[in-house]
Design a protein around this ligand. Structure first.
Ligand SMILES: [Zn+2]
Length: 277
């Protein structure tokens, strides 16, 4: 995932800049997107030249020819007129015209560097490997790679209706979504779907179908999407996790997640499945 920093490129080419400051992204005021700029147009990076990392080229953005540089300013304050900090979620959910993957990958990379400064086996200081995305311990040779945590996410339908739940975290937004949960060690994706659904809403499902997947950078999940049919059971919400769950008519859906998220896409796909029956 990493490539060696191309120093000539750094000083002479326009690039996409993903700059993190205190867990947020630095953008030009009201630009609604991460900056496309030359290095000299980002004066607050002057003392961070040796901390600039380069992500491999992307092939799925409109700006595919631009190099992508990532910088973590840590807890540093940016006090530069014309620049502001916005949250990762703010950019992702606003459906701004930037590749979801650029920011997500950059954040996962920075998060990895921050959390692997010392060897998990012997406690020595680790060093970055310059030809792959890893941190290496030269004392005991232990090497760490970025963590990816698989999560299942599932949309459940029963005849004309779709099951959506309001998690406790979405209480304020009153948003209903698909069910999701981390895959446990030693569990298959399918087993995780059956277990999570039963734990969260007390129903059994059948005929799982893989839909698609999405990296979810909070901080390093990989959402694996399924569509399932209802099998049996009455809705019973898991305490402290699910505020409410209901079977919704596809013509009368509650507030749901935006299409930029896999949850939004899964719901749309299920609605179209039901609609085409
Ligand atoms: Zn070690």
């Amino acid at each position: 995932m990493m490539i060696k920093l191309d120093e000539a490129m750094l000083t002479t080419q326009q690039a996409l800049w993903v700059v993190f400051s205190r867990g947020k992204l630095v953008v030009q005021e009201s630009s609604e997107s991460i900056p496309v700029a030359y290095l000299h147009e980002l004066p607050f990076l002057t003392s961070y030249i040796s901390d600039i990392h380069q992500l491999p080229p992307l092939n799925e953005t409109a700006q595919r020819d631009l190099p992508v540089f990532v910088v973590d300013l840590g807890a540093e304050h940016i006090d530069e007129p014309g620049w502001e900090r916005v949250s990762l979620r703010q950019l992702l959910f606003a459906e701004y015209d930037i590749a979801f993957s650029v920011i997500g990958r950059a954040w996962q990379y920075i998060h990895f560097l921050r959390t692997h400064q010392f060897c998990g086996q012997c406690g020595s200081k680790t060093e970055r490997v310059d030809w792959e995305m890893a941190m290496h311990c030269h004392r005991c040779q232990h090497r760490s790679y970025p963590r990816v945590s698989p999560c299942i996410i599932v949309s459940i339908h029963n005849n004309e209706k779709v099951l959506l739940a309001k998690g406790v975290r979405h209480r304020d937004a009153n948003m209903y979504s698909t069910l999701a949960g981390f895959v446990e060690s030693g569990e298959s994706l399918e087993q995780a779907v059956h277990r999570e659904v039963y734990e969260e809403v007390g129903v059994k499902v059948k005929n799982l179908r893989y839909y698609n997947s999405q990296p979810w950078p909070f901080p390093h999940s990989l959402m694996v999407g399924f569509i399932a049919e209802y099998d049996e059971g009455e809705i019973r919400c898991q305490e402290n996790e699910i505020d409410d769950a209901q079977w919704f008519d596809i013509d009368n859906l509650p507030t749901i997640p935006p299409k930029v998220s896999i949850a939004g896409q899964l719901i749309a796909e299920t609605v179209s499945l039901i609609g085409n029956k």
